[in-house]
Design a protein around this ligand. Sequence first.
Ligand code: PEP
Ligand code: MN
Length: 275
Amino acid sequence: MENLKLAKKKSPQDKTVITVGDLKIGQDLIVIAGPCSVESEEQTVETAIGVKNAGANMLRGGAFKPRTSPYAFQGLGLEGLKILEKAKKVTGLPIVTEVVDPRDVSWVAEYADVLQIGARNMQNFSLLKEVGRVKKPVLLKRGMYSTLAEWLNCAEYILAEGNPNVMLCERGIRTFETFTRNTLDLSMVPAIRTQTHLPVFVDPSHGTGRKELIESMIYAAISAGTDGLIVEVHINPEEAKSDAQQQFTPAEFLTIMKKARKLDEFVKDVINCEA
Ligand code: PEP
Ligand code: MN
C-alpha cells in the first residue's frame, strides 16, 4: 500500500465528496436501488418509480451482465441503456450501470451517471484505465478474492488516469461458507476508511444472496458507517432473469427504507454526540 499516491488518506479528516446531480456522495447516505438486470421497459420503469417512491437516490440496472454461464441472460446491451435513459426521464434518478468491456466505456458513459465495475472485473486493468479516462464517477466493487490492498490499488489505477471520482463497494468475498452466496465483510467499511478518503458503499444483495438476510445487513451497514447502499429491487422478483432469490419487491423495499433512513439519523446522532 506504500505505492498508493492518490487513493491514500492524507489526514483523519481527508474524505472525498463526489457530486452526482444534487447528490453528495460521501456526505449523505446514498441509496442505489433497482433490478439486477434491465429486462424490459415496463419492468425497469415500474421498478424505477417504485424505488424512487421509497426514497432511493439513484437507479441501478445491468445492461451488460457478467454471468457465470455463457448461456445465461447476458443483458440487453444498448437497448437496455435506452430503457435506463427512459427510466431516468420518468423518475429523475441518475443511472448506475455496469460496463464490462473497455471498448464500450466511452459510449456507455453517455448513458450512465455512474459506471459500475463488477467484482469479476475489479482487476481488469485495461477496463480500469479506460474508465479512468472518462469523466463519469466509477463504483468499483471489491473482487470476490481480493484484499483491501489489491482493491485500493485498483482504485489507484482509475485515479492515476485522471478520474478522481471513485467510490468503493464491498459486496462480499468468497469463503468456505456456502449457506450465503458470499461472506459480506462489513468490517471492511471502517477498515478501508483508515486507509482511503474515497466513499465506501455496501451491497447486501450480492453480499448475502438471500432475501431474508438483506434487511439486517442494510441496518448493519448503516451502523458500520457506510456512505451508501446498493440494493436489488424488481417488480416481480420470482420472474427475474437474474438473481431472482435476492431481489425485493418495491413494497418490501419501501418498508425497509423507512426504517433505514430513521436508523441513519439515529446513528449520526450517536456518532456526533459527546458521550
Ligand atoms: C451486479 O451488481 O449486478 C453484480 C453483478 O454484482 P457483482 O459484480 O458484485 O457480482
Ligand atoms: Mn445481481
